[in-house]
Design a binder for this molecule. Structure first.
Ligand code: FE2
Length: 240
């Protein structure tokens, strides 16, 4: 199935992802062989990575896209974005142009520390609701606070969209986190899937095991939406 990845650390030398443009291309080739036909590059936006700035990201995306179009596929797109660690100033920095949304749309990929309490996550989603930005929670499998029944649904009602990584879905059935993730998918609570790829060997693009489970257990239209359809709406800045 065709996919567009909205969560990946593909840009060289800017965060803890690809170390060189050659590694970026190796990662994109591996991704393309799994049906990923375009990506939104989402380097970390956090004090740890001071080079992760909009103008640098836009330039690196353009350079890498040019090479990907030559070496992978002529229609391959690499859109600029960021995975933004939630702090008090996120909305301010988005508004002043110091942080990037996903592909310059209203959608913003936000991550929290794994131990963040639910009340803090909820408060941030409420604050987004008072702006024109739309929060997409990155890799929701990481947050213990969301495991309590009804919380993911409450955040969705409050305006959040949910992103899950492919990797966890392909895990072992006896793993508690894998089971929870699959339940979320079966209940239709997930809006986007992402590889969160960081390197060519370690944390590489891995969708195979996940797709086996997804194709067997989910409605095919819903699966197409979370792999690509919802991303197409995001790219046109249309609400899902
Ligand atoms: Fe990430």
């Amino acid at each position: 199935m065709e996919k567009i990845d909205i969560h990946c650390h593909i840009l060289p030398g800017i965060d803890d992802g690809a170390g060189s443009e050659d590694e970026s291309i190796r990662m994109l080739k591996a991704a393309y062989s799994q049906g990923i036909c375009s990506v939104v590059a989402t380097p970390h936006a956090s004090p740890e990575y001071p080079d992760s700035r909009p103008e640098v990201i836009r330039r690196l995306c353009a350079e890498l896209e040019e090479r990907a179009r030559r070496e992978i596929a002529p229609e391959f797109r690499i859109y600029p974005g960021q995975e933004i660690l939630s702090t008090d100033s996120v909305l301010e920095k988005l508004e002043s142009g110091n942080f990037l949304s996903l592909a310059e749309s209203a959608y913003v990929l936000v991550e929290f520390f794994p131990s963040t309490p639910y009340s803090s996550i909820y408060r941030v989603i409420r604050e987004f609701g008072m702006t024109s930005y739309v929060p997409v929670l990155a890799h929701i499998e990481r947050y213990e606070a969301l495991r309590e029944e009804g919380r993911v649904e409450e955040l969705i009602r409050t305006g959040a969209y949910m992103q899950m990584n492919y990797r966890i879905i392909g895990g072992k059935w006896y793993d508690r986190s894998v089971r929870w993730c699959r339940e979320m998918l079966e209940e239709g609570n997930i809006h986007f899937l992402g590889t969160d790829m960081h390197h060519a060997a370690y944390r590489a693009p891995e969708t195979g095991a996940a797709m086996k489970w997804l194709e067997k257990h989910l409605d095919q239209d819903y699966l197409a939406d979370i792999c690509i359809g919802n991303v197409r709406k995001l790219l046109k800045d249309i609400r899902i």
